[in-house]
Design a protein around this ligand. Structure first.
Ligand code: CTP
Length: 394
């Protein structure tokens, strides 16, 4: 994506450096604009180095580079972060007196403004009117957060989490082909207690399920994410339910099932649990310790028994051998619409990795071999297939 990032002169200007870094890691193309006052807070060199990019600070000093009209024609999206009350007032009124405001006036694509300022300036009706004006002109506003402000005051005006801004950027540039669908995704491992301090779990990081949940939300779906214990923050606009045991996950998932259009079971659910969980920590008294394990609920099997025919159900198959054959068996026995098979014996993909290589098996096509790629790319590919096949099913 080609992102034109405009930084204006507030104390939060330094926080836009992290935004540039995130965008660069995502392989977006970035060009940075700064107002003169922004350069008093942070050096253009910082943005240039972190983003490996050109930084424009003066509309009359192009030194052979592009003008505000050229920049605004180049970009797919424009983001003003942080946006001061002064810049918001100017762009709301069509003033074009510097590189940022002139580019904003000339830009025709999707635009995001991230107000960040002192709470009294933010709450002033003039600023609120100007923000409303921008909304009416089609700008997307990423609201500031409440909390401690630079001048020691408390209130609304803090620069928000950069992940929220990135979510809005992606969201604005993505076709809403899952709009109107409610999607349930499960992710991460489960934990079965042995005693108050120990449990049985697995190496699932939750990354695949979280990417699916996030991308479905970006594509317009209403997403419920039932998640085992993981180290990933809840994606924006996704409703997350945190669970630990298989029983908790089963109850949550089966409770939500009725209202879902699509169910994607990416969680690595434990097949067994300890028959009797010890109330006290098990002491190291004997040479041997035998734990009797019994089967847990197979949530996906339960879903397949209760589902309506217009619900689209996707399972995952974690295998260490006979990948496609074993996955096909699960596909049949759990009456699925689709199954994603991955080889969890490989070190370069799968558990904990950002990459995976999978086979997608469905009713309406031959198994699709998805070569090694990022989990985000796989999530999007999977959702492409879900959207197409769900459409064919209706
Ligand atoms: N699954 C489930 N409930 C369980 C076990 C698995 O809902 N108790 C789901 C997983 O979320 C996944 C699919 O079933 O979508 C397949 O999981 P997997 O562990 O690969 O297979 P199992 O059915 O458990 O079979 P096996 O362990 O024998 O390979």
């Amino acid at each position: 994506m080609k992102v034109l990032l405009a930084v204006t002169g507030g104390i939060a200007a330094y926080k836009a450096v992290e935004l540039v870094s995130i965008l660069r890691k995502r392989k977006d193309e970035i060009k940075v604009l700064m107002t003169e006052s922004a350069t008093k807070f942070i050096s253009p060199l910082t943005f240039s180095a972190v983003g490996n990019t050109e930084v424009y600070t003066n509309e009359f000093d192009y030194t052979g580079l592009i003008s505000h009209t050229g920049l605004s024609a180049w970009a797919e999206i424009m983001v003003i972060a942080p946006a001061t009350a002064n810049t918001i007032a100017k762009i709301a009124n069509g003033i074009a007196d510097n590189i940022v405001t002139a580019s904003a006036l000339a830009f025709k694509g999707p635009k995001i403004v991230v107000p960040a300022m002192n709470v009294r300036m933010y709450e002033n009706p003039v600023t609120q009117d100007n923000i409303q004006k921008l909304l009416n002109y089609g700008w997307t506003i990423v609201d500031p957060e409440s909390g401690h402000l630079a001048d020691g005051e408390e209130g609304k005006g803090r620069y928000p989490d950069n992940a929220k801004i990135v979510f809005e950027i992606e969201s604005l540039l993505t076709r809403k082909d899952m709009g109107g669908l409610r999607v349930l995704v499960t992710a991460g491992p489960t934990r079965e207690a042995i005693d108050p301090v120990r449990y049985i779990s697995n190496r699932s990081s939750g990354k695949m399920g979280y990417e699916i949940a996030k991308m479905a939300a970006i594509r317009g779906a209403q997403v419920d994410l039932v998640s085992g214990p993981v180290n990933i923050p809840a994606p924006f606009k996704v409703k997350r339910y945190e669970v630990e045991s298989v029983q908790e996950m089963a109850e949550k998932v089966l409770g939500l099932l009725e209202n879902e259009d699509v169910v994607i079971m990416a969680a690595a659910v434990s097949d067994y649990k300890v028959e009797r969980v010890s109330d006290q920590k098990i002491k190291k008294i004997n040479e041997e310790l035998n734990l009797k394990l019994i089967k847990t609920t197979d949530i996906l099997l339960e879903i397949s028994k209760r589902r309506r025919s217009n619900q689209f159900v996707v399972g995952f198959a974690a295998e260490t051998q006979n990948l496609v054959e074993n996955a096909k068996h699960k596909f049949e026995s759990k009456s699925l619409d689709m199954i994603v098979a991955n080889d969890v014996s490989r070190k370069d993909i799968g558990f904990e990795s950002d990459y995976d290589e999978v086979f997608i098996i469905s009713k309406t096509s031959d198994p699709v071999h998805v070569e090694r790629m990022t989990k985000r790319e796989i999530a999007n590919l999977l959702l492409d297939m879900v959207v197409t096949q769900k459409g064919e099913k209706i």
